[in-house]
Design a protein around this ligand. Structure first.
Ligand SMILES: Cc1cc2nc3c(=O)[nH]c(=O)nc-3n(C[C@H](O)[C@H](O)[C@H](O)COP(=O)(O)OP(=O)(O)OC[C@H]3O[C@@H](n4cnc5c(N)ncnc54)[C@H](O)[C@@H]3O)c2cc1C
Length: 398
């Protein structure tokens, strides 16, 4: 069972000694990655497994400082001027794994188990390690480089409507590319898959008389394992997912939002728009390498599938024909890294000069280097609370 111990004084040294240090060469970069990409999960661990409340952490920053075989060590640094004497020591909390880590690959499993336990305690939706099999019904292009897979759930219990979420934006599946490896290899002229899995978002799912039907939109950016997998699929093939997790979008319920999409996160933003239930329409900054791929949003209307309330409300409140502001950015060869982040920030700055909007919430997903740089730039430009700005990593440039 998960337990935590806190050390609000020099006993932190003694407590760290109670755990087994790990010497995996990948550990330092895993710690950096978790601090950069999973910060809110660290806050969740502290809220779920310690007596700290979210108010206790209001003026604090949390850092994963080490990972031991039996536990992770989280340190809190209080920024406020009115620190108590316990806070002055930057307390360290140890959150125990369900089972000790013996090899590096165990870390992923143990971390996911911690996350599942924490989310359950906090009443939040969580990552699932379930396998699902889908049947390919069709596949076709919806913009020059975006391939839509139309799927049905072949092994789904259709009486359980939760097995494919029809009203969640950004719900992602980890597809098992190896499941279709032999079919792909029959195509012959392309490289065999070099990666085993790939995340793709549930673009949209809906209930039909004979079960759930779903779209998954795969952006084709050359001869890559994920793109090759998707374009090799034939009607009647099965595809398998091994893991699924919900996206963090709850903060978009109110306030003026900015959504930032690249080719890989356009499906998430499109679904966010269809399910939009915030009276203020968002500004959508869409960055693509090619102008033609901006057409992806032509068929998307705001609020068409929103869960509650009056679906006609948006027609009086929104300000453009399409009912949301689309700010296209065609970036050409600049598709990743800090350079793209600067371009996005400048595009936003220019827009805000002519259209003075007070942006209160941000969601975006981009390449790792872009996301990292953009978080800082957006923070400088908009000065938002960390919880009001979610900029995710959807892919990594080699
Ligand atoms: C939660 C989540 C949801 C996602 N949803 C979707 C989705 O719905 N649709 C979708 O298309 N993608 C989505 N992605 C992104 C997708 O998983 C990645 O783009 C993945 O890396 C693609 O794998 P690949 O085999 O095509 O390329 P990789 O094996 O990752 O890369 C091969 C080469 O292509 C380059 N490359 C990779 N991606 C791009 C790109 N976008 N543009 C230019 N060069 C690139 C890399 O630098 C590398 O050189 C999602 C990712 C996450 C984490």
């Amino acid at each position: 069972m998960t337990h935590s111990t806190s050390s609000a004084n020099p006993t932190s040294y003694a407590q760290a000694n109670a755990y087994t240090p790990l010497n995996f060469p990948e550990l330092a970069s895993a710690i950096t990655h978790i601090n950069e990409e999973h910060y809110d999960e660290l806050l969740g661990f502290l809220t779920a497994f310690t007596s700290l409340s979210s108010e206790d952490m209001d003026e604090a920053s949390v850092q994963l400082v080490d990972i031991y075989a039996e536990a992770i060590a989280l340190q809190i640094q209080y920024k406020g001027t009115k620190k108590t004497s316990a806070q002055a020591h930057n307390p360290t909390f140890f959150i125990a794994f369900t089972a000790p880590i013996t090899q590096f690959s165990d870390l992923n499993t143990q971390y996911i188990l911690l996350k599942q336990q924490a989310d359950k305690k906090l009443g939040k939706k969580t990552i699932k390690l379930t396998k699902q099999t889908f049947l390919v019904q069709d596949s076709y292009k919806v913009s020059p480089n975006m391939l839509r897979l139309e799927l049905t759930g072949s092994t789904l219990d259709v009486s359980n409507k939760n097995s494919v979420p029809v009203d969640e934006a950004g719900y992602a599946y980890l597809f098992d590319l190896a499941h279709n490896a032999s079919a792909s290899q029959n195509v012959g002229d392309k490289a065999s898959p070099t990666r085993a899995h790939c995340y793709y978002t549930l673009r949209k799912a809906w209930q039909t008389s004979d079960g759930v039907r779903a779209w998954v939109d795969v952006f084709l950016h050359g001869d890559t394992p994920g793109g090759h997998w998707a374009s090799s699929l034939q009607i009647g093939d099965t595809v398998m997912s091994k893991r699924e997790f919900p996206e963090k979008t709850a903060h978009l319920q109110d306030g003026q939002a900015l959504l930032i999409a690249d080719e890989t996160s356009m499906p998430t933003v499109a679904r966010l728009l269809e399910l939009w239930d915030n009276p203020i329409p968002p500004l959508v900054l869409c960055v693509t390498q090619e102008l033609a791929d901006q057409a992806y949003f032509d068929a998307v209307k705001i609020g068409t599938d929103k869960k509650n309330g009056d679906k006609t409300r948006q027609s009086t409140e929104c300000q453009t024909d399409n009912n949301f502001m689309l700010l296209p950015l065609v970036a050409g060869k600049i598709h990743s890294g800090k350079e793209l982040a600067v371009l996005i920030d400048q595009t936003l700055a220019n827009y805000l000069t002519n259209h003075p909007l007070q942006i209160e919430k941000v969601w975006g997903a981009l390449e790792a280097g872009t996301a990292k740089a953009l978080r800082g730039l957006i923070q400088q430009r908009l000065g938002l609370e960390r919880s009001d700005s979610v900029i995710k990593v959807y892919w990594r440039k080699d």
